[in-house]
Design a protein around this ligand. Structure first.
Ligand code: HEM
Length: 147
């Protein structure tokens, strides 16, 4: 398998994982939103501190798993871009080879990073919804990438 294929495989699997991660927070926010506001806030904090996977030797706090997936996405995305003739510089150039879809995708990725900082520090339903909309938007604009 070539580096391009391995990178693309990891990028796609991570895209699925991050979408699941974002939707997981929405499920938690909606479910816990049925509780009294003070309880909902406290329980979202409990979810934030929960360790995954539930059993096994390496159990990490949920937001750390999210950061791992986001870093993998950025790393494999940059790797993929570097394998094309215009290189990494091509992704940030207006009118570059990837088209404006890449600009929108990177802007949404920045929104997702900001949302993830918020979820790491103080999770809320608003942040959960913001991140899931950003994730789905990234998937949409990724499919429109031109190259
Ligand atoms: C710094 C962040 C990112 C960069 C630089 C980046 C870069 C890229 C590049 C260059 C490709 C084209 C690969 C190819 O055709 O060989 C790609 C495809 C893709 N990316 Fe990203 N990406 C990033 C973040 C994300 C995130 C956060 C997601 C998901 C939430 C995502 C989902 C996808 C998907 C689904 C494709 C495949 C699109 C298709 O072929 O139809 N990417 N990305």
């Amino acid at each position: 398998m070539t580096l391009l294929r391995v990178g693309a495989y990891l990028h796609l699997v991570s895209a699925i994982l991050v979408t699941g991660y974002a939707l997981f927070w929405v499920v938690m926010a909606v479910t816990l939103g049925r509780e009294e506001p003070a309880d909902a806030k406290r329980l979202l904090g409990v979810v934030r501190s929960s360790r995954w996977p539930p059993a096994g030797p390496l159990r990490l706090p949920l937001p750390v798993i999210g950061w791992g997936i986001l870093v993998t996405l950025a790393a494999t995305g940059l790797l993929l871009a570097s394998l094309y003739p215009d290189g990494v510089a091509g992704i940030a150039r207006p009118g570059g080879p990837w088209g404006s879809a890449m600009m929108v995708k990177l802007a949404l990725f920045a929104v997702m990073l900001a949302g993830q900082v918020g979820i790491t520090l103080r999770p809320s339903a608003a942040l959960a919804f913001l991140n899931s909309v950003a994730a789905i938007g990234i998937l949409y604009f990724s499919a429109l990438l031109r190259h």
